[in-house]
Design a protein around this ligand. Structure first.
Ligand code: NAD
Length: 449
């Protein structure tokens, strides 16, 4: 099918590349002309495993191209996927300005038979508002625009794999035609019959569950999923604090709890809490939606409060260990909100750097992918080429993102480079016994000292 994907960020680029890979003819549209220029020159503006290869391959094979104007692509598209950002407004509500702008363009340029698919994460009832907007802007009371909600569950860092091999695909539709079109678009993924060299499906690949429902329910599935993940993280972090008070070990508690199949081991890692573009803003938006509809979602407000306190808990450990922070050389190891991405939106590292700078620390940082994005926020701190340069002369290393490669560093060498061999591990990534055997003062979260 001919598909336009509007918004070429983390979700839009992955959606566009994967839909092209399974055989569709895709045009990626973004209002950011600079981003489109980069893409047209064959480069990819974000770091995401396998994405460069997939975009390159599909552009070469003629199934994927990019433009900054919906006008041309929209005229012939059978479906338009909206993947623009829905960032938080100051009061926590989702800002739907970009979505509204796209709706106006779709109404202007696309034929009424186009299926408009809302993939951005939006508050419940947005798809219904989108349909109304399309009717209004196209000047028609009996619009034939078909709107569907198709929430996205990909995780940055494994987004291509997640898109091609999802656990479930959710269609929020109000007609059999919309369901039929979406099923046709997703058929190779639903049946796992595509032939991607990077993430091959093969006979026996588990097929995703297809959940077809109304639009409001589909929108709620996305919010309820993210809220539950956040709840799990805050839950284990609360347990972590209790472990510290009572002298228990949160890693072992999490193992004991997570081995129950009704609970599961994922998202039970105690540490600095959740960040990123999805969980914090989606939980905030969900609390606001509930509030507006007359339900006080106190449970989620507590999830947020626990998460906000993680930075405090961590910085208290830093202050306890370093006493006066001013003039101390502190190295931040890891900046991205999680490993395998360059995304620093709502990353704990940003708040930690801000707070350390306010306390006059001499901050040095290293991250395998996210340095440029942090440089744009803090141009004056020291950017190191690797963890060893970071360690040199430091009085503390604060481990903030759980990159696997940090486990494989030569920690003996790091110790020899530091002024004071102190590691405060905000992700419980390192082995306490090993670090201590190398002579480190090692502090982590919810584990016995
Ligand atoms: P992003 O900021 O990386 O990308 C959004 C893109 O939309 C940008 O490139 C921006 O230039 C473009 N854009 C904005 N207004 C536009 C307009 N009027 N016309 C054309 N392009 C426009 O955001 P993202 O991380 O890809 O997230 C997009 C949506 O998907 C959000 O609603 C988010 O909550 C949701 N989501 C994100 C993830 C994730 O892991 N990032 C996962 C699932 C769902």
């Amino acid at each position: 099918m001919r598909i336009a994907v509007v918004g070429c960020g983390y979700v839009g680029l992955v959606t566009g590349a994967c839909l092209a890979e399974i055989g569709h003819e895709v045009v990626g549209v973004d209002s950011d002309k600079q981003k489109i220029e980069i893409l047209k020159r064959g480069r990819v503006p974000i770091a995401e495993p396998d994405l460069n290869d997939l975009i390159g391959k599909n552009c070469r094979e003629g199934r994927l191209r990019f433009t900054d104007e919906l006008e041309q692509a929209g005229k012939t598209a059978e479906a338009v996927f909206i993947c623009v950002g829905t960032p938080p407004l100051p009061d926590g509500e989702a800002d739907l300005t970009a979505l509204d702008r796209v709706a106006r363009n779709i109404a202007r340029y696309c034929p009424k038979s186009t299926l408009v698919v809302e993939k951005s994460t939006t508050p419940v009832q947005t798809a219904a508002c989108l349909l109304r907007a399309l009717e209004i802007y196209s000047g028609s009371n009996d619009s034939c625009f078909e709107v569907a909600c198709n929430p996205e569950f990909l995780r940055e860092g494994s987004a291509v794999r997640d898109f091609l091999h999802p656990d479930r695909v959710v269609f929020g539709v109000q007609s059999e035609r919309a369901k039929g079109l979406l099923t046709e678009i997703y058929r190779p993924i639903l049946d796992q019959t595509f032939n991607c060299p990077l993430h091959a499906s093969h006979h026996g690949s588990p097929r995703p569950m297809l959940i077809s429902t109304d639009m409001n329910t589909a929108e709620l599935v996305k919010h309820a999923s993210n809220a539950f993940l956040a709840l799990k993280i805050s839950y284990i972090n609360a347990i972590s604090d209790i472990c510290e008070i009572l002298g228990a070990d949160v890693e072992q508690v999490a193992r004991g709890v997570g081995s129950d199949p009704r609970i599961g081991p994922d998202f039970l890692r105690a540490g600095l809490g959740f960040g990123g573009f999805c969980l914090p803003k989606d939980i905030e938006a969900f609390v606001r939606i509930a509030q507006k509809s007359g339900y006080d979602f106190g449970l989620l407000r507590e999830v947020q409060a626990i998460n906000r306190r993680r930075i405090e808990v961590f910085l208290d450990k830093v202050k306890d260990a370093l006493w006066v922070i001013s003039e101390k050389k502190v190295g931040i190891l890891g900046l991205a909100f999680k490993p395998n991405t360059d995304d620093i939106r709502f990353a704990p590292s940003v708040e930690i750097i801000r707070r350390l700078l306010a306390m006059q620390a001499a901050v040095r940082v290293y991250d395998p992918l996210a340095m440029d994005k942090v440089r744009a926020l803090f141009p004056k701190i020291a950017y190191c080429k690797d963890a060893y340069e970071l360690a040199t002369g430091c009085e503390a290393i604060l481990l903030v993102t759980e990159w696997k490669e940090f486990q494989e560093l030569d920690w003996r060498k790091i110790k020899s480079l530091m002024d004071r061999p102190l590691v405060i591990d905000g992700r419980n990534l390192l082995n306490p016994a090993e670090l201590r055997s190398f002579g480190f003062e090692y502090i982590s979260m919810g584990r016995r000292r």
